[in-house]
Design a protein. Structure first.
Length: 81
């Protein structure tokens, strides 16, 4: 009877700890570089903004980041005029 209880306890403990052990031993997951939060500089007002929250526009095929829609409009006006 004791052996059966001990075996049952070991099975339950293994079932509970195995997912934790797998997660701990798994290689770390990295986000793609484009999704990492890094600071980008607004070319209009020179403010640094977190990339994931910045307003993004394309200028000459390259992405340009702004702190607001207003700065993006001002930048477009500067390029156009």
């Amino acid at each position: 009877m004791r052996i059966a209880l001990l075996l049952l306890w070991v099975l339950v403990a293994t079932a509970l700890l195995l997912p934790l052990l797998r997660r701990a031993l798994a290689p770390p997951r990295h986000r793609p570089a484009a999704l990492r939060d890094e600071l980008v500089k607004d070319p209009v007002c020179q403010t640094y903004v977190v990339r994931s929250r910045a307003v993004r526009a394309l200028a000459r095929g390259e992405p340009v980041y702004f702190c607001s829609d207003d700065c993006a409009r001002r930048y477009a006006a500067q390029l156009g005029g």
